[in-house]
Design a protein around this ligand. Structure first.
Ligand SMILES: *Cc1c(COP(=O)(O)O)cnc(C)c1O
Length: 367
């Protein structure tokens, strides 16, 4: 028997329940200042304080954050940038935009995040920077990677677009490397009501460079002091909304994590692989399981009105637009692409919905 109301993969209605988003918007409308004003400065202060880093510079979206972070770190056309190939092509988009080349590195079997040992071997290709993605909300082994990168003079860029608020030993995602990039796309753990992004860093030179690059490369109004600039600004309305939401981030992450814990317990005896950690180093941006024949499970859940997705179905080095780029062998990445399925896991997903999803998954294996 299938319920008519579909269970979505994310619900903005559920995520925003109980929030007053009108007051912050009114504040902006009554001030009549829409770009780079009070709300943006306050949010940058509040978010850098939350992360425990000295600087936050907001930009228009997460992909711009990656590109401007690379530029600010001095990455140029022709440089090599190490990254993973299983994180939705965002880092590749930024690398290609600069004219640099991605050096794809395989991921760890257990977490699907950048493998430190594969990174160590890849250092022979002399990358200028490495982008470490905390995929699905799971912190990568960023301390080990940062140690090797520092010794080799490689800049570490954390991609925190899926990991706002994840922590290890009290340190926040975004405070481990040289510069971190965030997206505030509506479905992210901290989401705006439109596009948004930011970089966070303790490096003042990088912060200043991104501040310049996000506004035409201006050193002062109408004076272009830096090449490679553009218009990439967070607007005041989005900043005001993000200020309203930030105090709820830890509560939402706890809610996501408690759903992940229930799934992990309920699926422990099934022939599938669950997320490794349900500790503070995983903020359950996406709850991703791995199994053979994932399409059959997806079909079963679809018939029961339960949404699923695949994050992500095509590895970066196999995207059709970039097939000509020499393709490395990435066995873990490629196997994971065929086996992963994302189940609904978001703040506001009800207990009954979680139970329904658990029952449906168990039924698929045990029927
Ligand atoms: C969403 C996302 C981005 C890009 O953010 P946009 O704001 O959509 O440009 C970058 N990296 C990862 C891992 C993401 O999930």
């Amino acid at each position: 028997m299938s319920d008519i109301t579909p269970i979505p993969l994310f619900s903005a209605v559920a995520a925003n329940a109980g929030l007053d988003l009108i007051t912050p918007l009114k504040r902006v409308l009554q001030r009549h200042w829409y770009v780079l004003g009070e709300e943006v400065s306050q949010f940058e202060r509040e978010f850098s304080a939350y992360l425990g880093v000295s600087h936050c510079v907001t930009v228009a979206n997460g992909t711009d954050a990656l590109e401007l972070a690379l530029r600010a770190a001095g990455v140029k056309a022709g440089d090599v940038v190490a990254t993973v190939a299983n994180a939705g092509f965002y880092s590749s988009t930024a690398i290609h935009a600069i004219g640099a080349s991605p050096l794809y590195i395989d991921v760890e079997e257990r977490t699907l995040t950048l493998s430190p040992s594969a990174f160590e071997k890849a250092l022979e290709h002399k990358p200028t920077a490495v982008i470490v993605t905390h995929l699905y909300g799971q912190l990568a082994d960023v301390t080990a990677i940062t140690g090797m990168a520092r010794a080799a003079g490689v800049t570490v860029i954390e991609d925190c677009a899926q990991s706002h608020g994840a922590q290890r030993n009290g340190k926040q995602a975004g405070s481990f490397g040289d510069v971190a990039c965030f997206s505030f796309y509506p479905t992210k753990n901290l989401g705006a009501v439109g596009d948004g992004g930011a970089i966070a860093t303790n490096n003042e030179a990088i912060a200043t460079a991104v501040r310049t690059l996000r506004q035409y490369g201006w050193s002062a109004k109408y004076h272009v002091g830096s090449a490679g600039g553009r218009n990439s600004r967070l607007d005041e309305m989005q900043a005001a909304i993000l200020r309203e939401k930030l105090p709820n981030l830890d509560r939402w992450n706890a809610e996501r994590r408690s759903i992940a814990i229930r799934y992990n317990e309920a699926f422990a005896d099934l022939p599938l692989r669950c997320p490794l950690s349900t500790d503070s180093d995983y903020v359950a941006h996406l709850y991703v399981i791995r199994l053979e024949k994932r399409d059959a499970l997806r079909g079963h859940l679809h018939r029961l009105n339960i949404s699923t997705d695949v994050h992500y179905p095509v590895a970066d080095h196999q995207q059709s637009a970039y097939r000509t780029v020499s393709s490395p062998s990435l066995p873990v990445t490629e196997a994971a692409c065929r086996e992963i399925v994302t189940l609904p896991c978001f703040p506001g997903l009800t207990s009954q919905e979680v139970e329904k999803i658990i029952a449906a998954v168990r039924e698929y294996f045990l029927e």
